[in-house]
Design a protein around this ligand. Structure first.
Ligand SMILES: *[C@@H]1O[C@H](CO)[C@@H](O)[C@H](O)[C@H]1NC(C)=O
Ligand SMILES: *[C@@H]1O[C@H](CO)[C@@H](O)[C@H](O)[C@H]1NC(C)=O
Ligand SMILES: *[C@@H]1O[C@H](CO)[C@@H](O)[C@H](O)[C@H]1NC(C)=O
Ligand SMILES: *[C@@H]1O[C@H](CO)[C@@H](O)[C@H](O)[C@H]1NC(C)=O
Ligand SMILES: *[C@@H]1O[C@H](CO)[C@@H](O)[C@H](O)[C@H]1NC(C)=O
Ligand SMILES: *[C@@H]1O[C@H](CO)[C@@H](O)[C@H](O)[C@H]1NC(C)=O
Length: 507
């Protein structure tokens, strides 16, 4: 993008970006639509909460028309940037917590107490009720990756692993407990895990608790190594670089990509001699954890079992964008870098894990991503930025706008619709609230019940090379074919859609 001239007219800019996108992604849809920059409108100091009915309509529309729902979300008038306005929006977490319609009866595993801090480093990985801290998983000889696992699981029985990424504070204990709690909601309340837009179940086979193995990897950093949470022989990274696949800073001189560690987990879980009944792995994350999940879904080294992995991506602060085109091309200070990894597939900063594959065949990377099972989950009140960088601002003003734009951008690459292995859900009344996102009915379905669409799809669906063909990839049906899309217009009781406060994350 060295020819980018910030002083040229916006239409020339867009043409240049489209041309660049075509140059690097030859078979992508040429018909990338020009969108107005919404950034300034979004940063207007509007604090109106918006109309709940509008939000419910978007939530419902997403089950059959995720791209239309994304467009509607982007058109919501109340999306102001809370950091730009300098004030919190009007949602009230205590009020949200009081709504809890479907999980008030579930005993809640509280977040474990932990010594240390995000900034100063964690001193120890705490004990969690119902989970065991595994410090013996050797990713390389003498190099171990600490993670929480469900206590006493039966490896012959486990059908599904749900692996949850931590947030920016590397709080693996907290996120592990959030997923424990979400599973408890699913198990305790047989009517939960709604795969229909009215929150009801589409009647698929229910998962038993013993079928699920929860995994919570602990991506610690150099501060945690110094403060004590990381022991000799254990992996750690620099700051939050684990999310973008960068190399570890230890132990010793071990420089291992966090994505190679993910690959080791996947190889282990899909090893039928270790987990003979396991068929599905869900890689889930919220906020920075969602950035990890999305970028791993982009950069992941292809494997034969990829059709059986689902990525649940909740409110990431930014994305690894798949083409150099951006919805908001408005900031000259990063005009040359806005598409660099981790915000795009350009630049010299790609981790060695993916560098050659991206350089050799970007289209193959895009196709592989389009063929994966990817669920975007976006809170309709999430108007914080998270990623405050200049390249982040090119993707939209805030979490919701970036997510809605990304859904549209993916559809652009796939012939105007989301690939049938992708879905988007928009949660009414939910802001940047991890537990509300994870314990939403549709999320319970995605995390604990859904068979990945790619795992049961046609053979062409398993072939990454066939995806992203703008002429052949357009879906002939109305929306994706997962059970979640079987919903046809229907009522959703007002107030039934609730948000539960359980801590706010930063990104
Ligand atoms: C730790 O995890 C690895 C990888 O799943 C597994 O092989 C090992 O049995 C686990 N250790 C314990 C004590 O469960
Ligand atoms: C979720 O399911 C419960 C029943 O378990 C139902 O009462 C509630 O309305 C559903 N929530 C949504 C958002 O549909
Ligand atoms: C993938 O899932 C399908 C459908 O559940 C199953 O038949 C298949 O055995 C799974 N493959 C692997 C590698 O687990
Ligand atoms: C443009 O990017 C710079 C550098 O990140 C940042 O300081 C500035 O606030 C950005 N401007 C806008 C309008 O976002
Ligand atoms: C893409 O579509 C065109 C037109 O239908 C077809 O000729 C071509 O073989 C397709 N390519 C792939 C990789 O499916
Ligand atoms: C959203 O929150 C408002 C205020 O708490 C409440 O009146 C409304 O019913 C909620 N809507 C949904 C869909 O939960």
């Amino acid at each position: 993008m060295k020819t980018f001239d910030p002083s040229s007219s916006s239409s020339a800019l867009v043409l240049g970006l489209v041309a660049a996108s075509l140059a690097s992604i030859p078979s992508a849809n040429a018909d990338i639509t020009q969108r107005p920059s919404n950034l300034h409108r979004r940063q207007a100091a509007s604090r109106a909460r918006g109309n709940t009915a509008d939000q419910i309509a978007i939530y419902q529309q997403a089950f059959t028309d995720p791209v239309g729902a994304a467009q509607a979300a982007n058109a919501l008038p109340f999306i102001a940037n809370q950091f730009a306005t300098g004030s919190l929006p009007e949602y009230n977490l205590a009020e949200d917590a009081a709504q809890l319609p479907w999980n008030t009866n579930v005993p809640f595993v509280p977040e474990a107490a932990v010594d240390g801090s995000d900034a100063g480093g964690w001193q120890a990985l705490p004990t969690i009720d119902g989970m065991t801290l595994n410090r013996t998983f050797a990713v390389r000889p003498g190099v171990t990756m600490p993670f929480y696992q469900s206590s006493g699981y039966d490896s012959n029985r486990v059908k599904r692993a749900v692996m949850i990424m931590p947030g920016k504070p590397r709080d693996c204990w907290k996120y592990t407990s959030l997923v424990q709690n979400a599973l408890e909601v699913y198990i305790t309340n047989p009517a939960s895990a709604g795969s229909n837009a009215d929150g009801s179940s589409s009647g698929g086979e229910r998962t038993s608790k013993d079928d699920v193995l929860i995994l919570g990897p602990c991506w610690m950093n150099t501060n945690d190594r110094e403060a004590g949470a990381i022991q000799d022989g254990e992996l750690y990274w620099y700051r939050g670089q684990w999310q973008s696949g960068m190399a570890s800073r230890g132990p010793g001189d071990t420089a291992l990509s966090s994505y190679q560690v993910m690959d080791s987990f996947m190889d282990t879980l899909f090893d039928k001699s270790q987990f003979p009944a396991l068929e599905t792995v869900v890689v889930a994350g919220h906020s920075l954890g969602a950035q990890m999940a999305q970028r791993y879904a982009v950069a992941k080294q292809p494997a034969s079992y990829d059709t059986n992995i689902s990525f649940w991506i909740g409110n990431p602060g930014s994305y690894a964008w798949l083409s150099p085109s951006r919805p908001n091309q408005n900031n000259a200070s990063c005009a040359d870098e806005y598409d660099d990894w981790p915000h795009g597939l350009s630049g010299t900063g790609l981790p060695p894990y993916a560098r050659e594959r991206v350089r050799d065949d970007k289209q193959q990377i895009v196709n592989a991503f389009l063929s994966r099972n990817v669920h975007y989950s976006l809170g309709l009140l999430d108007n914080g930025r998270g990623d405050t960088s200049c390249p982040g601002s090119y993707q939209g003003a805030n979490h919701l706008e970036r997510g809605a734009h990304f859904v549209e951008a993916v559809a652009d690459l796939a012939g105007g619709r989301l690939p049938r292995t992708h879905s988007a859900n928009f949660m009414p009344n939910v802001s940047h609230n991890d537990y509300s996102m994870l314990s939403y009915n549709i999320s319970l379905f995605r995390l604990f019940e859904e068979t990945p669409v790619g795992a049961v799809g046609s053979s062409s669906n398993m072939n990454g090379g066939a995806r992203g063909n703008s002429t052949t990839n357009a879906q002939g049906n109305s929306g994706n074919t997962s059970p979640a899309s079987s919903y046809k217009a229907g009522g959703l009781a007002a107030g039934a859609v609730a948000a539960l406060a359980f801590g706010m994350s930063l990104l």
